[in-house]
Design a protein around this ligand. Structure first.
Ligand code: ACO
Length: 461
């Protein structure tokens, strides 16, 4: 198991190729590191500069007055080996190699030599062909991506650089809190398995998301992912699911994306939840990182519209989840305020005439009923209520009940529904614009429980 402690908790970070020019990668990495608030020392390295962003510049890593733990390498590929020699001699422990121009364009030997040299000095390599890494507990943003990622409990490992950097921005938009973002690119040395082993034990991480094109060592990946699954969910977006997609992946990071059936089998062994799209993965990440795990299978759906309830029931059934009769206490409570024509099966239809306080009362009662283990709340925008008020009612019910149970919400409608979704997001209640997405996200929670059980039993036998 690789010891990644000093990568995530370094005393000092050097940026080789720190540029004086705004807009260049080496400049942006220093800026992000400084402005995101890294508390250790930051050493820009550039033989042609005295100072960058108010920080004293050094001509080489070996001229820095103390040993640095991490060296971010942002000079062109042909200069990287010299930097590795210099940093290695100076005692650096990790080289984070940003530069492209290695295996992904056929320069296999250069990449192999990079790893050989680094290992000669006991140094591990992240990259090359990456956008850097983030670890919010140490306030590290050593990337040229967006600066202000939201601190939180999701670790994101991305094999793709450009997509990874874009998704980094999307986490901010979607309100997803991040513990770590790792761009692993060509995985010349450290790979998904090494990081999974770290995140499995990391108390700051409760969900791991991987964008993966191909695994370097399938068996090791399965074992590392399985061990992680025992402690926290692992979600993977597997790129190159189709034959043409696999060919595209080969020319991107040089990965063998492989046959999708092989990956499906491997992910099953490891308990990894396979998402088909970025949207689906983000939906699941929210549901799994913002909710506790359910204590049982009694899932209750509350809706003001039959159609939304049916769509939800269908999506749940697609995922092997079948709704049971709602518990008695909840039914008795809801009966007190709904009209006689309301359906009190599951989904519980509080009817299209439901005012905001019916949502409050129904959600409150569901949270208070010990026989309810998880809740999906659906709201179709009607002109008699405003979605923002419905969102507030749900938030108030959660606060007043003083209980958190797995919950996903769908506010279905136009612009106002979107405002309500944003309000719920701020309170870390996962909310979606369609009932299918709310149902799929809830199903992901139950899929995780099943996957964990499967892995537990597999590892026992
Ligand atoms: N040590 C330290 N600094 C040096 C050295 C050296 N040996 N040699 C040169 N420098 C300085 C340069 O003077 C320059 O500083 P200046 O701008 O103040 O003059 C700085 O280091 C950078 O060197 P450049 O030669 O200008 O390199 P440039 O910044 O143009 O490119 C880079 C370097 C970014 C690594 C480039 O070669 C590269 O690979 N780009 C692609 C990165 C990438 O896409 N990564 C993959 C995934 S991310 C994604 O896809 C979005």
């Amino acid at each position: 198991m690789a010891d990644l402690t000093k990568l995530f908790y370094p005393n000092a970070i050097a940026v080789v190729g720190a540029s004086r020019q705004p807009g260049k990668i080496g400049y942006t990495i220093v800026k992000n590191l400084k402005e995101f608030g890294f508390q250790g020392r930051i050493y820009p390295v550039n033989p042609n500069a005295n100072e960058i962003l108010g920080l004293k510049c050094y001509p080489s890593v070996s001229s820095i007055p103390e040993p640095v733990d991490v060296v971010v390498v942002s000079v062109p590929a042909q200069k990287v080996l010299d930097v590795i020699d210099d940093a290695g001699k100076a005692g650096a422990k990790f080289a984070v190699v940003i530069a492209s121009g290695f295996k992904e364009v056929g320069n296999v030997e250069l990449e192999e030599e990079l790893v050989r040299r680094a290992h000669k000095y006991g140094m591990r390599v992240l990259g090359p062909n990456i956008f850097g890494y983030v670890y919010t507990p140490s306030k590290i943003n050593a990337t040229f991506g967006p600066r202000d990622v939201i601190p939180g409990n999701v670790a994101f490992i991305s094999q793709s650089g450009a997509l990874g950097i874009a998704l980094m921005g999307m986490t901010i938009l979607e309100g997803i809190g991040i513990s770590a973002i790792i761009s692993i690119g060509n995985k010349s040395d450290l790979d998904d398995a090494d990081f999974l082993e770290f995140f499995a034990e990391d108390p700051n991480t409760s969900v791991v998301l991987i964008y993966m094109e191909g695994a370097k060592d399938g068996k090791r990946f399965i074992e590392a992912a399985a061990k992680t699954t025992l402690k926290k969910p692992v979600i993977a977006i597997k790129a190159g699911r189709t034959e043409v997609g696999a060919r595209a992946a080969a020319s991107h990071t040089g990965s063998l994306a492989g046959n999708v059936a092989i990956y499906e089998a491997a992910f099953k062994q490891a308990g990894v939840l396979m998402a088909r799209s970025v949207e689906e993965a983000f939906d699941w990440v929210k549901a799994l990182s913002w909710n506790p795990l359910p204590e049982g299978e009694n899932l209750v759906v509350i809706t003001n519209g039959g159609g939304a309830g049916v769509q939800t029931t269908d999506t749940l059934a697609d995922n092997g989840i079948y709704l049971k009769e709602p518990p008695k206490y909840l039914v008795e409570e809801v009966k007190k305020f709904v009209p006689p024509f309301a359906s009190l099966a599951n989904p519980i239809d509080i009817t299209g005439m439901a005012p905001v306080d019916w949502y409050y009362k129904a959600v409150y009662a569901a949270l208070k009923d010990p026989e309810v283990h998880s809740i999906i709340v659906l709201y179709c925008h009607t002109a008699i209520t405003h979605p923002v008020d419905v969102a507030k009612a749900i938030i108030d019910a959660v606060k007043d009940a003083g209980v958190r149970k797995p919950m996903t919400v769908s506010l279905i409608g136009g612009k106002e529904a979107y405002e309500g979704i944003q309000l719920l997001t701020k309170e870390r209640i996962p909310a979606y614009p369609t009932p299918e997405r709310a149902a799929s996200a809830m199903a992901a929670i139950y899929k995780y429980l099943k996957a964990r059980k499967y892995v537990e039993e597999r590892l026992k036998s």
